[in-house]
Design a protein around this ligand. Sequence first.
Ligand code: UD1
Length: 343
Amino acid sequence: MTDKKFILVTGGAGYIGSHTVVELHRNGFVPVIVDDFRNSSRKVLKGIENLIGVKPIIFDVDVCDKEALNEVFKQYYFEGVIHFAANKAVGESVSNPLKYYRNNVIGLVNCLELMQMHSVNCFLFSSSCTVYGQPENDIMVSENSPFIKANSPYGATKQIGERIIEDVYLSTKKSRFLNLRYFNPIGSHSSCEIGEFPIGTPDNLIPFVTQTAIGKRDSLTVFGNDYNTPDGTCIRDYIHVVDLANAHVKGLVWLLQQTDGAHESVNIGTGKGTSVKEIIDIFEKESGLSLNWRYGERRPGDVEQIFANNQKANLLLNWKPELSINQAISDAWNWEKKLKSEE
Ligand code: UD1
């Protein structure tokens, strides 16, 4: 036996995963990364090493490969599992739903089965505010807000994932489960050692903004300016990825403190909505540049506005966001410049 607190982090080389690995290490845990790099870059490992001072433990394994994942479970006594490894592009999930059901559902089931086999009791799941769809009345959603039918297979996999976890919890009421429902993670580590490596054309707003500013894209299209919001553009709750990473540490600490079975879902957002137009204004202020952008058609499936009621995160996990949206956008921009300097 060892007193090291090994934590399995599936998808730990990805955008949110890599930032979480760094914060776990800073808080005394030993993250063990499982990632097959299909959607992440090996370069991130050097960045993690520069930040934590040791080479991260990494297994090049697909979570859908249960036998290979079992070999990792056999090598460590895991205190907990944080399960990030999943596909996340909403548009792609509409054109290729089976890829999403396969990777996101089977990967989750494999993790849960292996946890049972190896008596691992704490599980933290990457969920999403997408489980709420477009809220009908209160746009500041709390964890009790109803799920409505997901408008993409990606969203459905998060709803199904939460359902699977609930059923597993109810079957024994012994293990401990926490779903973190992320709002919109943005930014990167302020050291510029790690950040997002979008593969191909980014779907998400912030990488598209920074890639346009650096000259990789001609112009940003703002998807719709006729929404029922003050400036007509969609509103989201953008959260700094380092704050989100720290929510995982707090979530894990909470899981480890529970003596009985437990099952909770918690929103992780700032509690503040920001429109697409406001994001452009902040970017221009932080970078001192004028962004090439124009209004275009609405993007099918977009939710008009949503932001988090984050009280439960504060009360249950003792978590609060600490970094501003200006900081997040400035960090994202510095990261984009660093990527450019390395080309
Ligand atoms: C959605 C999901 C989120 C999920 C994420 C995964 C919701 C509310 N959110 O985020 O849970 O984790 O996908 O990718 O369902 N935009 C532009 N131009 C662009 C790109 C985006 O105007 O080129 C706008 C979008 O219309 C939207 C906002 O920017 O209003 C944010 O878009 P994006 O970054 O793609 O995230 P969501 O769609 O909110």
